[in-house]
Design a binder for this molecule. Structure first.
Ligand code: AMP
Ligand code: MG
Length: 371
């Protein structure tokens, strides 16, 4: 299916605002990153049509299990459309390469390949795996791109509403561990291979893939000369230069009716990780879709972490890692990443934010909101 069939491309006049608010009210997630800035949801007193003949254009497309949105200021509809379509085409290619769920993706083939022998991979894959391994090392394995088998068990638990057996869990843990994955072939143009040093190692890039896609999309817009943009998925946002006559993009973390925190961003990214979107409750315990590599099970800490960084990739990887780590460990990790800041870190239940919506019950999710 082509991009055009998914993408809704519209100018961002007044009429679009109720549609957008409607979408956000009924969207499937309890926590959303709401983009404001001039022409944003809460900026009712602000003009929606930018001066100096620049209009705000918006294009959306479902990707990587969520909805991606590009907002861009430009004086040319055609230019914006062309650049946004290219950006989405690049993101689609990344999904086709990096998805662990897509039966035909390069990652699925790599996961299926027998271990112990070097396996030829594309530049894109080598790049993604190298970055993932960098954050795995920096976080001492809290961020681990080799938890694919543990994640499979989590999905089975989600379907069956039972915890994995001790035996299955032990097997899954034994077939995980970022130290067992290596990439060879440095330098562009050189032949790249990935080697899985143990049998059954399965890679999952869900903790970093959206960030990589958002950065690639931003690069594409910048190449086309479009610098005033905001690219977002449900949990990741990257902005470029501010909107015309503004000093920053405003990004609010919260619900449409009660934004909790507003960030003013210029050429920056933020990413939020936690168990708001995906979790299972078994025997009264809530298990996040983020796996604690020490146990192989979903986290039960109910942490929600937001990280601000220069790139969406870094924000994405660090927010997932900091969910696993304690506050102190997170601070230590952040010290290794001078461009990143841990800006929001709370236990939702303790601090009273809504986080009770079961991801297996779309009706409840749809009518719930963060308070
Ligand atoms: P995010 O929403 O960016 O925090 O990513 C969550 C996704 O990352 C999960 O759905 C898994 O695909 C993957 N994941 C789960 N646990 C980890 C972990 N400890 N390290 C890296 N990726 C993980
Ligand atoms: Mg992440």
């Amino acid at each position: 299916m082509g991009i055009y069939s998914h993408a809704s491309f519209l100018c961002y006049p007044m009429l679009a605002v109720p549609r957008l608010i409607n979408y956000l009210r009924f969207c499937c997630y309890s926590v959303v990153l709401l983009l404001t800035a001039s022409g944003g949801l809460y900026a009712s007193t602000e003009p929606l049509v930018a001066p100096q003949s620049q209009s705000l254009w918006k294009i959306q497309q479902p990707l990587m299990g969520t909805l991606f949105t590009i907002k861009v200021y430009t004086d040319s509809h055609q230019r914006a459309q062309r650049a946004c379509e290219q950006a989405f085409a690049i993101a689609q290619e990344l999904q086709d390469t990096l998805s662990a769920k897509d039966a035909c993706s390069e990652l699925t083939k790599l996961n299926a390949a027998s271990s112990l022998a070097p396996y030829s991979i594309s530049e894109t894959m080598a790049h993604a795996l190298s970055i993932a391994l960098f954050y795995a090392k920096a976080s001492h394995g809290a961020f681990d791109p080799t938890l694919g088998t543990c994640l499979r068990l989590w999905h089975q638990s989600h379907t069956r509403h039972t915890l994995p057996s001790a035996q299955d869990l032990a097997r899954a843990r034994a077939s995980s561990g970022w130290q067992h994955l290596s990439i060879s072939g440095s330098g562009s143009g050189s032949h790249k291979t990935a080697t899985k040093a143990i049998e059954g190692l399965r890679i999952d890039l869900g903790g970093i893939g959206k960030g990589i896609a958002v950065d690639a999309m931003a690069h594409c817009l910048q190449e086309a000369g479009l610098t005033r943009f905001c690219i977002s998925s449900t949990s990741d946002v990257l902005v470029g230069d501010p909107p015309p006559n503004k000093t920053a993009w405003e990004v609010a973390l919260g619900s449409s009716s009660s934004p909790a925190i507003t960030f003013h961003l210029v050429n920056e990214a933020i990413s939020t990780s936690g168990d708001q979107h995906q979790f299972i409750i078994i025997n009264g315990t809530r298990y996040s879709h983020i796996i604690d590599p020490k146990t192989g099970m979903g986290l039960t800490s109910q942490r929600q972490v937001t990280v601000r960084a220069k790139t969406a990739t870094e924000a994405d990887a660090l927010s997932t890692a900091c969910c696993v780590l304690s506050d102190e460990e997170s601070q230590l990790l952040l010290r290794q990443c001078p461009n990143a800041k841990l800006i929001y870190d709370t236990n939702d239940h303790k601090k009273g934010r809504e986080a009770t919506i079961s991801s297996s019950d779309p009706k409840r999710r749809a009518h719930s909101r963060v308070i």
